[in-house]
Design a protein around this ligand. Structure first.
Ligand code: FE
Length: 204
């Protein structure tokens, strides 16, 4: 009996495999084209980190909203007209403090609260990252440019199908009193994942 071949040079490209799947759908009378176009549009135009940035800015500016966000994230973001898929049953906002830094990941795959903080970056899905971020989070963060003081506790939160997270960063002191629109501009996807921080004073 022949040995199984380890020559993958004949493997179809990603594009070829996608085209083959689309062709199968069409064979069965389904129309993948409009669905893919709709999802592509949503990913580019609707599921953007500016949504979460608005949430963070509102929480900084409005203590009542912040309390509601910490108690029931999904209900709080709905106040801003933001929705989540039905299977994202919970949105948990994780508040950073001077002594606690929160960091989210998905050790199984790629889950995020993507309608709120945007789609996961490629590095978030990387096997090495997913394995290391839970074992040596401080080292991983340092490699990504976030060197946290040793006395700051790092809490790593592993996303599941029904529980999604966003990090609520500390508001930089110099932004006190800024309008929400201006506050939202400084909040990035990386900050809401927890691999970047706004609390550190800017280097001079
Ligand atoms: Fe996942």
């Amino acid at each position: 009996m022949a040995e199984p071949s380890s020559d993958f040079s004949q493997t179809a490209s990603l594009e070829q495999r996608v085209a083959a799947i689309e062709a199968v759908f069409e064979t069965h009378g389904m129309q993948p084209g409009p669905f893919i176009a709709g999802m592509t549009h949503a990913a580019a135009e609707e599921w953007v980190p500016q949504n979460g940035a608005r949430v963070v800015a509102k929480a900084w500016a409005d203590p009542g909203f912040k309390q509601r966000l910490l108690q029931n994230g999904k209900a709080a973001v709905a106040e801003l007209g933001l929705s989540m898929p039905a299977h994202h049953r919970h949105l948990v906002a994780l508040e950073n403090t001077t002594s606690v830094h929160n960091l989210i990941c998905c050790t199984l795959c790629s889950c995020t609260a993507f309608t709120i903080i945007g789609l996961p970056p490629d590095w978030y899905k990387d096997l090495d990252y997913r394995a290391r971020v839970v074992r040596e989070s401080r080292t991983v963060l340092r490699e990504m440019g976030l060197d946290l003081a040793p006395e700051i506790e790092i809490r790593v939160w592993d996303t599941t199908t029904d529980t999604r997270y966003m990090v609520l960063p500390q508001q930089p002191p110099h932004t006190a009193g800024w309008p929400e629109q201006e506050l939202a501009k400084i909040v990035t996807k990386e900050v809401m994942i927890g691999v970047a921080s706004l609390a550190l004073p800017a280097a001079s």
